[in-house]
Design a protein around this ligand. Structure first.
Ligand code: PMP
Length: 523
């Protein structure tokens, strides 16, 4: 499905067409103050400083042939997505003007050229996601609601379908062939998760329903055993409700206290204040890796290090980082790392709790029942070792297999490539949105991941969302399950476009064009 080098697609702009910048304002107009400020911020920040704690080495096994690859369908050959296999026509990535965040001194347009170059064939990627061809209100779908959930490539859809057509069985407990196939598929997925997050041991990977269930599991099982009266639990002001409420419930049940790391006006956590909060009563620090409202990439490695020095347990909520940044749980150093499959091109209803083996082994089980037991009498039960200790009952087998397929898909493209491309897309989107009069960006930390939240003067956030939907553009509006952080910025709701690696600069331009039209109408 890759066009030969000589056949330049007609939609590809010539280098000087200005196609991508249809509505871009002149770079140095006085009204560009917010844009300029953003650009300056980005320049001041050391290169890649926002990637603190993130492994840029990329997936270690990215180039190795993957088990189960035959099931991935056509287009799965590793080099398919890579640029070296796809001669892009001249001008494909040449910008009409320098990228607003181009490093000072960079050859004219060079930085932008790099940034616009995804490092993979984005049109081939888009063809893998059937839903991206939908039309909404007669317009091509522009899916900018990736922080809520992501779409699924046909490799994942077909893998799940293959499971039900050829492998379906309950796992771990029968002598027949289908039980063996299903168990192999499920355990293969566990191994893929291990590799993807660079965990040392697949037994540390527990399949759960998602981030919410994983955090509840830790709060109930670990918290139930380790948090007592007068103890303290630290979270940050950025957290999703899923990383607030379970700790609040634990604190109420135990007579413990929830402490909250404040954020600065850009939306980064205050490490100085964190250091003041932490004390001998602190039992756990539970921190989001990337904010689902502001897109802030939190320096979680530092947060963990500070806690670890005092022997405090740590949990990272990776719901919003897993699809956007390389994750190495050994490098991050936390005791728990949790994420949801549906945020990374896998099905809903499946997610992961990773925990350090010693910590998991010292933890009592949460739910009891089948699968997690070795022996049961009415007097006592002997539990299975990890990971089954924490997988009571029949789990979501098919979707775990789908999660494995999704991670293998991401591995073939390369999470480091994805991360680089998305950061360029986000920086571009931020600069473009900042140039719209009456638009207020919520969360302006340089090096944000995926999320571009804003409010627009004269409009409710729902009005903006509906107007964009009329043009086929899907964005989230509302409180995004993180009311405290929105209130910190003085709003109850925001419009939240959020990007994934299948989004294009073109789509960002469409968003900006429509928002600019709305802004002009009520001024
Ligand atoms: N934490 C964060 C940062 C999130 O963005 C989300 C989902 N919006 C969650 C937790 C909860 O994830 P799930 O609903 O998949 O359990």
């Amino acid at each position: 499905g890759v066009p030969p080098a000589s056949a330049a697609p007609t939609a590809v702009p010539a280098a000087t067409s200005g196609y991508y910048f249809l509505d871009a304002p002149p770079a140095a107009a006085p009204s560009d103050a917010p844009l300029q400020a953003l650009a300056d911020q980005a320049r001041r920040a050391a290169p890649d400083s926002h990637l603190d704690g993130i492994d840029l080495r990329g997936p270690r096994a990215a180039d190795a042939p993957l088990p189960g690859q035959a099931l991935q369908g056509p287009g799965a050959a590793p080099q398919y997505y890579f640029v070296h296999a796809v001669q892009l026509p001249n001008g494909f990535v040449t910008p009409a003007k320098p990228h607003p965040h181009a490093a000072p001194g960079a050859a004219a347009g060079h930085a932008a050229q790099q940034d616009r170059h995804p490092g993979f064939d984005i049109q081939a990627v888009r063809r893998d996601f059937p839903i991206l061809s939908e039309r909404i209100n007669g317009k091509p779908l522009v899916w900018l609601d990736n922080a809520a959930t992501t779409h699924k490539p046909r490799q994942v859809i077909e893998r799940i379908s293959h499971f039900y057509a050829h492998e379906n069985s309950n796992i771990h407990r029968a002598a027949h062939t289908l039980a063996a196939r299903a168990t192999d598929a499920y355990e293969h997925a566990r191994e893929v998760v291990r590799r993807f997050i660079h965990a040392p041991d697949a037994r540390e990977v527990i399949f759960v329903r998602g981030t919410t269930e994983a955090i509840n599991l830790v709060a109930k099982a670990w918290g139930g055993a380790n948090v007592g009266e007068g103890d303290e639990i630290i979270i940050s002001h950025l957290e999703h409700h899923a990383n607030i409420v379970p700790w609040q419930q634990l604190a109420a049940a135990k007579g413990a206290r929830l402490r909250v790391i404040p954020v600065d006006d850009q939306g980064q956590i205050r490490l100085d204040e964190y250091q003041k909060l932490i004390n001998d009563r602190t039992k756990i620090v539970a921190i989001g890796h990337v904010s689902n409202v502001l897109g802030t990439v939190v320096p979680v490695k530092q947060v963990v290090e500070i806690a670890k020095r005092r022997g405090i347990t740590t949990l990272i909520d990776g719901a919003q980082s897993i699809a956007h940044t390389p994750v190495d749980v050994q490098d991050l150093g936390a005791d728990f790392f949790v994420f949801s499959g549906h945020k990374i091109f896998a099905p809903t209803g499946i997610g992961v709790l990773w925990g350090r083996r010693e910590v998991l082994e010292a933890m009592p089980p949460w739910q009891g029942g089948g699968n997690m037991i070795a022996d049961v009498t009415f007097e006592q039960t002997v539990y299975q070792p990890l990971p089954n200790t924490f997988e009571a009952g029949t789990g979501n087998i098919a979707d775990a297999v789908g999660l494995g397929a999704a991670l293998e898909y991401v591995e073939r493209i390369g999470i480091a490539q994805i991360s680089r491309y998305e950061h360029a897309l986000v920086d571009y989107g931020m600069a473009q949105l900042a140039s719209i009069a009456g638009l207020r960006l919520i969360g302006t930390v340089p090096g944000k991941a995926s999320v571009l939240a804003f409010t627009l003067d004269g409009y409710s956030t729902d009005e903006v969302g509906q107007a964009l939907n009329a043009e086929g553009i899907a964005v989230r509006t509302g409180h995004h399950c993180a009311q405290p952080i929105l209130r910190r910025f003085g709003v109850e709701t925001a419009v939240r476009p959020s990007l994934a690696f299948y989004n294009t600069f073109d789509e960002v331009d469409q968003l900006v064009r429509e928002v600019r039209k709305l802004a002009a109408r009520r001024r």
